[in-house]
Design a protein around this ligand. Structure first.
Ligand SMILES: NC(=O)c1ccc[n+]([C@@H]2O[C@H](COP(=O)([O-])OP(=O)(O)OC[C@H]3O[C@@H](n4cnc5c(N)ncnc54)[C@H](O)[C@@H]3O)[C@@H](O)[C@H]2O)c1
Length: 362
C-alpha cells in the first residue's frame, strides 16, 4: 500500500523552503502526505522530510501535470516564489516572471485537476503604507514594491478564476515570519539571509560583521521600522486550518496572519541580547525604497475563521528557536550573507553611518 492511499496527499509547491518545510511538518502531524514540488532555487533538499520531493520547476508544465496525475493531491499549497523586496526593485523581471507566470502555470494544473482548492502564500506587502493601523483585510491594497505587486496580481487572478472557473482558494497574507522548529528538524536557511531576526543573530554570533539597520528616522518611538513578527510554527498550523476549511467547503478568503503586536528593530536587538546574552553589532543606513514605517496585522479574521493561535509567537520564543537553529547550521552561511550584505549596501544605499549599539546582557 503506498503512503498516499493512507494519507491524503497535498501538493506543496515551494515545500523545500523556510515556511513550506515547517508547513510540511504540520501537515504530516495532521495526517496529510506533503508532496513537495520545488526547483531548489532557494530551498534545500534536506528540509524535505515528511513526503516525496519532486525536483522540478513551475515552468515545467509536464512535470506539474504528471505530479498531479501520480499523487492525486486533495489540495495545493503555493509557497514557490521569489521573496526579496529589495531584489524585486533591482530586478523586477525575475519577480514578474516567477511569481506571476510561474503561479499561473500552477493554477492551470490545479484547474486540470478538477479545481482542487489552493492556499496561496501572500504577504502584508500587498498593503503598502497604510493610513490606519492595525491593518485589516479591507485596508486598501497599494503595494510599494514589485514583489508586493506580483503577490497582489495572483490574489486578483485567484478571484477571477473563482468567478470564471469555480476555483476555491484562501490567500494567507503573512506578516514577518520568524523563528524555527523547536525540535530543530527544519529551520530558516536563506542564502543570502535578508530577514531581520536571523541576520541579527548571525551578527551576534560573529558570523556577519554587523547588522545594517535601514533607517532610524521613521516616525516611530525609536525611529526604526516596526513590524509584526509571527512564529513560523503558528503560520504552519494556520495553513493546515486553511486547508481543512477549504476541504470542508469553506468560503474563498484573504486572511491576515500576524500577531497584532508591532516591534521595532531596536526591540528585536534588545530581545536577542536578553535571550542569548550576545550584543548585536550594527550600523545605520538610509531607509530602503518600498519599506513602510509600520506594518501590524489585525488578525481577528484569522482567529474567527481558522482558530488562529499566536501561542508560539512571543519574541523570546522566536529568538530562542532561531538562535538554536542558527548555532547548529553550517558556517558557510556566513560567507554568503556577508558577501550579499556588501553588494547590497554598495548597490542600493550608497554611504552609511557606522555605529555599534550595545545592550546590557541578561
Ligand atoms: N518569509 C516571510 O517572512 C514571508 C512573508 C510574507 C510572504 N512570504 C511568502 O511565503 C512564501 C515562502 O517564503 P519563504 O520565506 O519560505 O521562502 P523560501 O525562498 O525559503 O521558499 C520558497 C521555495 O520556493 C521554491 N521555488 C521558487 N521558485 C520556484 C519555481 N519556479 N519552481 C519551483 N520551486 C520554486 C524555492 O526553491 C524555495 O524552496 C513565498 O511565496 C513568500 O513570498 C514569506
Amino acid at each position: 500500500m503506498s503512503l498516499s492511499t493512507v494519507r491524503p496527499a497535498v501538493l506543496v509547491a515551494g515545500g523545500a523552503g523556510y515556511i513550506g518545510s515547517h508547513t510540511c511538518k504540520a501537515l504530516h502531524a495532521a495526517g496529510f502526505l506533503p508532496v513537495v514540488y520545488d526547483n531548489l532555487s532557494t530551498g534545500h533538499r534536506d528540509l524535505v522530510r515528511w513526503g516525496p520531493l519532486v525536483e522540478a520547476d513551475l515552468f515545467e508544465k509536464d512535470a506539474l501535470a504528471r505530479t498531479f496525475r501520480e499523487h492525486h493531491p486533495v489540495a495545493a499549497l503555493h509557497f514557490a516564489a521569489c521573496a526579496y523586496v529589495g531584489e524585486s526593485v533591482a530586478d523586477p523581471a525575475k519577480y514578474y516572471l516567477n511569481n506571476i507566470v510561474g503561479a499561473l502555470h500552477l493554477l492551470d494544473a490545479v484547474r486540470s485537476a478538477d479545481n482542487v482548492p489552493i492556499v496561496f502564500s501572500s504577504t502584508c506587502a500587498v498593503y503598502g503604507e497604510t493610513q490606519s493601523l492595525p491593518i485589516t483585510e479591507d485596508t486598501p491594497l497599494a503595494p510599494l514594491s514589485p514583489y508586493g505587486r506580483t503577490k497582489l496580481a495572483i490574489e486578483q487572478a485567484l478571484s477571477d478564476y473563482a468567478v470564471a472557473y469555480g476555483l476555491r482558494f484562501v490567500c494567507l497574507r503573512y506578516f514577518n515570519a520568524a523563528g524555527c522548529d523547536p525540535e530543530g528538524e527544519v529551520g530558516e536557511s536563506h542564502e543570502p539571509e535578508t530577514h531581520l531576526v536571523p541576520r541579527a543573530i548571525l551578527a551576534a554570533l560573529g558570523r556577519l560583521e554587523e547588522l545594517t539597520i535601514y533607517g532610524d528616522d521613521y516616525p516611530t518611538p525609536d525611529g526604526t521600522a516596526i513590524r509584526d513578527y509571527i512564529h513560523v510554527c503558528d503560520l504552519a498550523d494556520a495553513h493546515v486550518a486553511a486547508l481543512r476549511l477549504l476541504l470542508a467547503g469553506g468560503k474563498n478568503a484573504a486572511i491576515n496572519l500576524g500577531t497584532g503586536v508591532g516591534l521595532s528593530v531596536h526591540q528585536i536587538l534588545q530581545a536577542i541580547a536578553r535571550v542569548t546574552g550576545l550584543e548585536v553589532p550594527s550600523r545605520i543606513a538610509p531607509r530602503r525604497h518600498g519599506d513602510p514605517a509600520v506594518l501590524v496585522a489585525d488578525n481577528s479574521r484569522a482567529r474567527r475563521t481558522l482558530g488562529f493561535s499566536t501561542a508560539r509567537s512571543n519574541l523570546e520564543n522566536i529568538v530562542r528557536t532561531a538562535h538554536a537553529w542558527l548555532t547548529r547550521t553550517s558556517e558557510t552561511t556566513e560567507l554568503r550573507v556577508d558577501k550579499q550584505r556588501q553588494s547590497d549596501s554598495t548597490r542600493e544605499h550608497g554611504q552609511s553611518r557606522s555605529t555599534r549599539i550595545r545592550f546590557p546582557h541578561g
